[in-house]
Design a protein around this ligand. Structure first.
Ligand SMILES: Nc1ncnc2c1ncn2[C@@H]1O[C@H](COP(=O)(O)OP(=O)(O)O)[C@@H](O)[C@H]1O
Ligand SMILES: [Mg+2]
Length: 244
């Protein structure tokens, strides 16, 4: 079967900065792959590579057997960006943010149909945000904002979800909600690529893990990747850090 995500030998530069160096990654359908690495190790760049938002010097990317552009056009990829990349002053309600997940399915006038409303209500419900639907996104806590973006990705009903640090700046309760929710998705045949600094969540959340440091340092089961000698090489510490 065609993998959900297939990156082959990707090299990405920003001017003089080599951000990814010959990175290959395969995520089979219905699996959860954790993306680990220190700040600046290339995690966000790898997401943008899968999305086709950065130019690769070398390498190929396929999402469900299609090019990134074709997969995005078909609405197959849902993306929760890192918080730093979102303008929180933008005056939209939580409900509107989640509805954006449906835009790809709507006509140019973006008039929601009953299916769209149902998908948005269900996503708000699953992320525990139904009561906050009318609030402005900027008025929410970090954890609630993250959940709103996860809800947007859920409403999209995409086959492949890319989540860039969904637990950063998030309270414990939101983190637990998000982990439980994400863990329930692969049963529905959704494939996930999730970056995180929270190594303690990895065995619970992920089927596989990939440790990145511009190139792939380790790739395999969480137990294989979270070995002390491997973490030592990437993080320079013997025990799992709280935040890298
Ligand atoms: N738009 C950009 N322009 C120049 N350099 C960038 C840009 N985005 C990221 N970088 C650099 O590329 C490297 C990888 O960054 P990034 O993918 O954001 O890593 P991570 O998400 O793991 O923190 C870092 O050295 C970072 O400074
Ligand atoms: Mg990043």
């Amino acid at each position: 079967m065609t993998p959900a995500i297939e990156v082959t030998d990707a090299t990405v530069r920003y001017g003089d900065v080599l951000a990814l160096d010959g990175v290959s990654l395969t995520v089979p359908r219905g699996r959860v792959c954790g993306l680990l690495g220190t700040n600046g190790s290339g995690k966000s760049t790898l997401f943008k590579t899968v999305l086709g938002l950065v130019r690769t010097d070398r390498g190929r990317v396929h999402v469900l057997g299609r090019t990134s552009a074709a997969a995005r056009r078909a609405g197959l990829i849902g993306y929760v960006p890192q918080s730093e990349q979102v303008d929180w002053a933008f005056p939209v309600r939580v409900h509107d943010v989640v509805m954006m997940g449906r835009y790809g399915r709507m006509g140019p006038r973006r008039r929601p149909r009953p299916d769209d409303r149902r998908a948005v209500e269900a996503a708000l419900e699953r992320t525990g945000l139904a009561e906050l639907a009318e609030r402005r996104i900027g008025a929410l806590s970090g954890g609630q904002r993250k959940r709103a973006f996860v809800a947007r990705a859920l409403a999209q009903e995409a086959d492949v979800l890319l989540l860039d640090e969904p637990f950063a700046g998030v309270d414990r309760r939101s983190e637990e909600t998000i982990v439980d929710l994400l863990r329930s998705l692969p049963a529905e045949d959704t494939t996930l690529l999730v970056s995180t600094h929270d190594l303690a969540q990895v065995p619970r959340l992920c089927d596989d893990a990939l440790l990145l440091q511009r190139r792939v340092l380790a790739h395999g089961t969480p137990a294989h990747v979270l070995r002390p000698e491997v973490l030592m090489e990437a993080f320079g510490v013997r025990t799992a850090p709280e935040a890298a």
